[in-house]
Structures are given as structure tokens and as C-alpha cells.
Design a protein around this ligand. Structure first.
Ligand SMILES: [Zn+2]
Length: 474
């Protein structure tokens, strides 16, 4: 990296150099962190005035917002046609590696993607997540466009906050409103169905009708099917429609909307998928994607555990319905590293897919730490082990704790390989918030800043493998 004229102690990220009118700008790196450099102060930017008339700006949301006003290529945008891929970044330092992974592919990247739960755990905000993605794009000089996903939204307020900030993709998670109808007796099911104000209308819409789905055949609802689908999902549909209407009012120029029911107790059957989307359509909700809950187990941090043929059969049905009802994407919330699923997913979804990853980029960061500062890795592992009983609570995990290696017994040379061990990956994976919020997170960020080339290269290789298996490499 070169230094900037008149800027002692700062190096320039060469790819970031650009011009906006008569102003030169670049991302620079000092000993304490990164800054946005402007050759002349401009309205909207805040920073330290330099003796040459320039401005050195911290990487805040306010400065990111001012930047996208003068360089609109860095502004998040809607998803184009074709496959898309979400690169969640829990640390806020992964975007350059994500961009390198996505170069030479035909997949549209979502570079800002965090859920409300992730932000609560890491102590970040939607604003910070977006700013980190924007400055990451600037660092790489990436002008190919990206989306920003406010993931797993459970309240209208959160959705509107993200809309205000400039997010473009809103993932509505109505799972709190999904009723586990499988557990109800037929009598109770009937009682609840009869109590629905929309009962008559639903019977008119669905009873005695068949729905021809190209590539799948005919769908029809038995009385029991309809009662179950309606009792299970109707409140969730109403909630999603309410969020959609609130967003439509706030963003009249358009936005992308995903409905995710992937965190419900039971797999989403094709018939239920059809019912949910049909009901959304009747409420004039246009979706970009739906995340069904798939059969089998998509546990965090490890590969898929389940019958691939069952997965394939269900997926085929979901894709056929998605094509028949408007051509939205099937979204796979991977929970990291579902490598065995990818080729099947890509083949069956045939370009109509979205994949989300997030924890995987955190684990890649830990690989860099294990190689560069083994003692810090050991500390993080010890801490994650201690946190495990509490941090695992909101996840479905079958971790075998007896198989976990003791952190003290490990030599530095063994650490990188150790990260392939599934039980250990899960322990590390779920503790991310506890680590990143505390003093270890501070240390981790320092090391990643010092070895940022390592982190970008490791992300490029690891996420490149994801994209390779999805068949989107050129
Ligand atoms: Zn999800």
C-alpha cells in the first residue's frame, strides 16, 4: 500500500481510490484503524480537518450515508434476477473477503445481513452493520452492487428502522405467530378453525378445488389439510402482511421481502408452502423469497444431517410452487457449511435460489486467530466452552460434549485442524456473541486488523468453495 501525500502514518487501499467531482477520496489505514479520507471537506461528512484542507472521517453510519450520496454505486440496491447469496458478517470486518469470493461469479451478493438476534448478541446495530458493508465495498473498489438484508425481523418497528437506514431486503420471521397445529387433536383443530373469522372465505377458496402446479402435479386440500394449514399459518400470514404494508408505505419505490418460516418446529410441507404464499398473494404481498423449514437437520456449524433424497423431493416441490406462484426464490438459511446440500440445492432450484450464511465467516476468523495467535484462540475456546450451557439454549444442537478436546492439551500446530471437528465448531459457533461483546472480541478484532490480508484470503477460499458447489463460478 502507498501512503497518501501529506498523510504521514496512513496507507491507502489502492482499490478504494476514487473521485467524486473534484474531490478525491480513499479508504486509509492508520495504526489505530481505518478512515475515509476526503481531499476536501464536504457537507454531510464528519471528521478531523487536515492541514491540507482534507478530512479524515471515522467509519460511522453517518459518513457511510454521506458517501453513498456522492458515490451511489455503494448504495444497497434491490436484488436483480438470478441467484443471490447472503454474506452475513458478525464481526464487521469480513466484507473485503466476501467481495473477493464473489468476483467472477454470477451471484448477486447481500453484503450487509444480520438478524435482530445476531445484533442483540454482538451488541451491534443495523446502522453499524450497513456502514461496515459500505466501507468494505469501498476498500475493494467494488461497484457491482449489493443488497442489505435486515434478517429475521419479528417486529414492525425493527423493519421500519432498517427501512429508514437504507436496507433493501426485509426478512420477515413470523414464527412467533405459527401455531404447532400438529400437536392439536382433531376436535381442537376444528374448534380453532371454526373460530377463524376467515373460515367461510377459506372454504370457498380451497375446498373442492385443485391447483395445477407445473412440474409437480395437482394440489388439493382435504378438510383436515385446510384446517391444519389455516390454524398453523394464518396468524403468521396476517403478521407478514402487516409488516409488508408498513414497509410499502415507508418505501414506495420498492423493496425485497422474504418470508422465513425456517425456524419453526416441523418441516414446511409443499401444501403449507402453497397455502402461505397463496394467502400472502390474496393480501397483495409480493415476495422475493421464502425460506421453508426443510426436513432433516440443519444444525449450526456442521454439514446437513438427513436424507438427501427426501430433501431433493421436497425442494423440487417447493421450487415448482415458487415458479407457479410468481417466480420467487427458495431461500436456504444454511446455519453454515451445508456443503453436501449445495449441489442438490443449486440443481433443483435452477437459478431461483438464495442462500444465507453468517456464522461461517466468524469461524473463518477463528481459523486465522488459531494460526496467528494460538494463545488467544485457546482463550476463546475456553471461554466458549464455559458459555456453552447458556449460549446453546436458543439453538437445536446435538453436540457431544464428551468428544470435545481440552484446550490446554492442544499444541499450536494442532489448532487449525481442530477447527474441522464438528462438536467443537458448534461450541465456537454459538458463543460468538459472548466473545464479540467482551474483551476477547476486542483482542480478536485487533488480530484481524493486523492480519487482514489473511482473513480476506481465508474468506475468499472458504466462501469460494460454497459458491463453487452452488455452481455459480464463471
Ligand atoms: Zn433463518
Amino acid at each position: 500500500m502507498e501512503t497518501l501525500a501529506g498523510m504521514e502514518g496512513y496507507e491507502v487501499y489502492e482499490r478504494s481510490r476514487r473521485r467524486a467531482g473534484s474531490v478525491e477520496l480513499a479508504l486509509v489505514r492508520g495504526s489505530g484503524g481505518k478512515y475515509l479520507y476526503l481531499s476536501r471537506a464536504l457537507p454531510g461528512f464528519e471528521g478531523e480537518a487536515l492541514s491540507d484542507g482534507g478530512l479524515l472521517c471515522p467509519l460511522t453510519y453517518g459518513n457511510a450515508k454521506a458517501l453513498v450520496e456522492i458515490v451511489p454505486e455503494f448504495k444497497p440496491r434491490r436484488l436483480p434476477e438470478g441467484p443471490s447469496f447472503g454474506f452475513g458478517d458478525r464481526i464487521g470486518m469480513a466484507t473485503p473477503g466476501h467481495i473477493r469470493a464473489v468476483r467472477d461469479t454470477h451471484v448477486f451478493p447481500v453484503l450487509a445481513q444480520q438478524s435482530v438476534r445476531e445484533n442483540a448478541r454482538t451488541g451491534r446495530t443495523f446502522a453499524e452493520v450497513l456502514a461496515d458493508a459500505v466501507f468494505g465495498a469501498l476498500q475493494e473498489g467494488y461497484v457491482g452492487g449489493f443488497a442489505a438484508d435486515a434478517d429475521h425481523l419479528k417486529t414492525i418497528e425493527d423493519a421500519l428502522e432498517a427501512a429508514e437506514l437504507g436496507y433493501t431486503l426485509f426478512t420477515c420471521d413470523p414464527s412467533d405467530h405459527v401455531v404447532p397445529a400438529e400437536e392439536l387433536s382433531e376436535k381442537e383443530l376444528r374448534r380453532r378453525f371454526d373460530a377463524l373469522p376467515q373460515r367461510k372465505e377459506l372454504e370457498r377458496e380451497y375446498f373442492g378445488k385443485t391447483f395445477e402446479i407445473k412440474g409437480l402435479g395437482r394440489l388439493w386440500f382435504s378438510e383436515l389439510d385446510l384446517m391444519r394449514a389455516a390454524v398453523k399459518y394464518l396468524r403468521a400470514v396476517e403478521f407478514a402482511a402487516e409488516m409488508y404494508r408498513a414497509l410499502a408505505e415507508k418505501l414506495p419505490r420498492g423493496f425485497d421481502f422474504e418470508v422465513s418460516v425456517d425456524e419453526t418446529e416441523t418441516p414446511t410441507s409443499p401444501l403449507e408452502h402453497f397455502f402461505v404464499v397463496q394467502e400472502l398473494r390474496r393480501r397483495e404481498v409480493e415476495i422475493a423469497s421464502i425460506a421453508p423449514r426443510f426436513s432433516g437437520s440443519l444444525e449450526k456449524a456442521v454439514d446437513y444431517r438427513g436424507d438427501l433424497e427426501v430433501f431433493r423431493r421436497d425442494l423440487r416441490a417447493h421450487v415448482a410452487i415458487a415458479r407457479a406462484l410468481g417466480g420467487y426464490r427458495i431461500s436456504l438459511h444454511s446455519g453454515s457449511d451445508k456443503f453436501s446440500l449445495y449441489p442438490v440445492f443449486a440443481k433443483e432450484a435452477d437459478g431461483l435460489f438464495h442462500v444465507k450464511t453468517a456464522g461461517t465467516s466468524y469461524l473463518v476468523a477463528l481459523e486465522v486467530i488459531a494460526k496467528r495467535v494460538p494463545d488467544l484462540f485457546r482463550e476463546i475456546y475456553k471461554f466458549s466452552l464455559a458459555r456453552f450451557p447458556e449460549d446453546r439454549a436458543t439453538y437445536h444442537l446435538t453436540t457431544d460434549e464428551s468428544a470435545l478436546p481440552s484446550p490446554d492439551a492442544l499444541s499450536a500446530g494442532e489448532l487449525p485442524q481442530l477447527l474441522a471437528e464438528p462438536n467443537l465448531r458448534q461450541v465456537l459457533h454459538v458463543a460468538y456473541g459472548s466473545v464479540l461483546r467482551g474483551p476477547l472480541g476486542e483482542e480478536l478484532r485487533k488480530v484481524l486488523f493486523e492480519f487482514e490480508g489473511d482473513y480476506a484470503a481465508a474468506l475468499e477460499a472458504h466462501l469460494g468453495r460454497h459458491l463453487e458447489l452452488l455452481g455459480v463460478r464463471e
